[in-house]
Design a protein around this ligand. Structure first.
Ligand SMILES: Nc1ncnc2c1ncn2[C@@H]1O[C@H](COP(=O)(O)OP(=O)(O)OP(=O)(O)O)[C@@H](O)[C@H]1O
Ligand SMILES: [Mg+2]
Length: 249
C-alpha cells in the first residue's frame, strides 16, 4: 500500500524550476531514499511535501487523501513529520525535557494532556531515549550535545509525535562513522518495530545502498530513475549524471 504519493509536483522560483514535475510513490513501512547531486531539488521537494513551501502545481496525497499545501502542523497531525534542528527549538532544555515537551505538544494537539498524565509523558520520554540510545544524555542540555547526538535527538523529537511517515533531510551529514552506523540502526529499527515509513535524502551512498528499499534519483528538478537499489545502481543515466561523479562516489 502507498502511504505517500507525489504527483507532478512543480516548484518555480521566478523562471527557474527547482522541482520540475516530480512523481513517485512511497510504500508503507519502507525506507525510501531520494538521492541526487547538489541542487537537484531534494530539499525543495521535501519542503513541498511537508507544507513548508506551496507547490506551483502538482499534488501530494497522504494515504490517498489530497493534502497539497496543507501547513506543516496539519501534516504532522495527519502523521507526516520531519526532523528539525533541536538547537533552534529547545536550546536551554535538557534532552529529557525536550522529549517531554514534544510528547506534551502531541497530547495537547490531540486534547489528551491532563495534569495527572504528565508522569506518563516522562515514562514515555525515558523509553524513547532508551530506544534511540540517548539515555545517558538525559540530563544534558540539548545545545551542548555532540553534532551526532543532536541529530539523533532531532529524530527522537520527531518520533515523539508518533508519525506514520518520517522525513529526514541528510540524517548522517557531518556524523562520525560510528554515529552514522547508530543512525542507520535507528532508522532500520524504526521501520521494523514502530511501523514508521522513512523518506530520506542523503549524499552518503554507503548509507543509501545499505538501508533503502527503494530509491528515487533526482537531477535538475526531475526524476531520472526510480526503483530498488540494484536497479538504480545499474541505471546508465544515474551512473553518468550522478554515481559516476567523483565527489559523490
Ligand atoms: N527559495 C529559493 N529561491 C530561489 N532558488 C531556490 C530557493 N530554494 C532553492 N533554490 C534553488 O533550487 C535548486 C534546488 O535546491 P535544493 O536545496 O532543493 O537542492 P538539494 O537537492 O537539496 O541540494 P543539496 O544536495 O545541496 O542539499 C538550487 O539551484 C537552489 O539554488
Ligand atoms: Mg538539500
Amino acid at each position: 500500500m502507498n502511504v505517500l504519493t507525489v504527483d507532478g509536483l512543480v516548484k518555480a522560483f521566478g523562471g527557474f524550476r527547482a522541482v520540475d514535475g516530480v512523481s513517485f510513490e512511497v510504500e508503507q513501512g519502507s525506507i525510501h531514499a531520494v538521492i541526487g547531486p547538489n541542487g537537484a531539488g531534494k530539499t525543495t521537494l521535501f519542503n513541498l511535501i511537508t507544507g513548508h513551501l506551496r507547490p506551483t502545481s502538482g499534488t501530494v496525497l497522504l494515504q490517498g487523501k489530497d493534502v497539497t499545501s496543507r501547513p506543516p502542523n496539519v501534516m504532522s497531525r495527519r502523521g507526516l513529520t520531519r526532523a528539525f534542528q533541536v538547537t533552534n527549538i529547545f536550546p536551554n532544555l535538557t534532552v529529557l525535557e525536550s522529549v517531554e515537551c514534544a510528547i506534551d505538544a502531541r497530547k495537547r494537539m490531540s486534547g489528551s494532556l491532563l495534569p495527572w498524565r504528565r508522569r506518563e509523558g516522562r515514562e514515555e520520554a525515558l523509553e524513547l531515549l532508551d530506544a534511540v540510545g540517548l539515555s545517558e544524555m538525559a540530563e544534558t542540555i540539548a545545545s551542548t550535545l555532540s553534532h551526532g547526538d543532536q541529530r539523533t535527538l532531532e529524530v527522537t523529537l520527531a518520533l515523539a509525535t508518533r508519525p506514520q511517515i518520517l522525513l529526514l533531510d541528510e540524517p548522517t551529514a557531518g556524523m562520525s562513522p560510528w554515529e552514522t552506523e547508530r543512525m542507520i540502526k535507528l532508522v532500520r529499527e524504526l521501520t521494523r518495530s514502530r511501523d514508521v515509513t522513512v523518506l530520506f535524502c542523503e549524499h552518503d551512498m554507503d548509507t543509501v545502498f545499505s538501508i533503502s528499499d527503494r530509491l528515487t534519483v533526482m537531477h535538475r528538478g526531475r526524476v531520472i530513475a526510480d526503483g530498488p537499489p540494484e536497479q538504480v545502481r545499474a541505471d546508465e543515466q544515474v551512473i553518468s549524471v550522478y554515481l559516476g561523479r567523483k565527489e559523490h562516489a
